[in-house]
Design a protein around this ligand. Structure first.
Ligand SMILES: *Cc1c(COP(=O)(O)O)cnc(C)c1O
Length: 261
């Protein structure tokens, strides 16, 4: 990445911005970033005067973790927990807790101010939407944010994260479980032919879909991304429901891949 930025800058065509999904890439199959990756990436982008844009639609509002290991303070964003403040942040899903469709783009004061000036300068940001600032959506968002920041809720979500981490361990008994990736309350369980070789299962075998169908028969609805099974428990999930999610996945893998002999 450093090379690319340097080359572009030297060629006189510097990058304008770097867009990143902090902590874990969702639709790519739940791929977490190594510790320290994001701060370094932010540093490189900034050194080349590129804006840092964070897509926190999936990772935000506590989904990827409650924040620091102790204390009740709520850190809504994945970038924030790594000490990175992006220039722009896209948020949506978790903003209203999913109750109403609302999205927002957050900007630093510097970005915001760049659209201010005398009328003749014509710097106004002209792009808008028909339903900007919808009152009902905004009210739902404020109510949801208050719930998210409530210390009791933060403690509950932290306990749920810890329980999930412990329960997931059972899945390693399946030779087809090649990786278990978790960030907060986001989990991707990658199915492979054999965990020792990590050889992928051909997509036409629909392993992910078959496992999710077997989970649905056990009362748990989720979806795969290719051969990666996604678990994203709602924050209202009880401990018992969480256990049921994991045991449904455990049984479903056993059903789709019966042990040999
Ligand atoms: C769902 C999702 C989006 C799309 O958000 P919309 O508000 O539906 O446009 C964008 N980025 C990520 C990471 C998402 O998970």
């Amino acid at each position: 990445m450093e090379d690319r930025f340097s080359k572009a800058t030297r060629a006189g065509k510097p990058y304008t911005a770097f867009v990143v999904e902090p902590a874990i890439q969702g639709a790519a199959g739940m791929v977490p970033q190594p510790e320290g990756w994001l701060p370094r990436v932010a540093e490189i982008a900034r050194a080349h005067r590129a804006l840092l844009i964070a897509d926190e639609v999936m990772t935000g509002f506590g989904r990827t973790g409650t924040g620091f290991p102790s204390g009740p303070r709520f850190h809504a964003f994945a970038a924030q927990r790594q000490g990175v403040v992006p220039d722009l942040v896209a948020v949506a899903k978790g903003l209203t807790g999913g109750y109403l469709p609302m999205a927002a783009t957050l900007a630093t004061q510097e970005v915001f101010d760049s659209f201010l000036g005398d009328y003749a300068e014509f710097r106004t940001f002209f792009h808008g939407h028909s339903y900007n600032g919808n009152q009902l959506g905004a009210a739902a968002s404020l109510a949801s944010l208050a719930l998210l920041a409530d210390p009791t809720g933060v403690a509950r979500r932290r306990a749920l994260e810890e329980r999930l981490a412990r329960r997931l361990e059972v899945l390693w008994r399946h030779p087809q479980v090649g990786d278990i990736r978790r960030e907060g309350l986001v989990v991707g369980v990658e199915l492979v032919r054999d965990w020792r070789t990590r050889e992928p299962i051909p997509l036409e075998q629909r392993a992910g879909i078959r496992v999710c169908e077997a989970m649905a028969r056990r009362g748990v609805l989720t979806r795969p991304i290719g051969s990666v099974i996604v678990l994203m428990p709602p924050y209202t999930t009880t401990g018992a429901q969480l256990d049921r999610m994991v045991s449904a996945l455990d049984e479903a893998i056993g059903e789709v891949f019966p042990p040999l002999g």
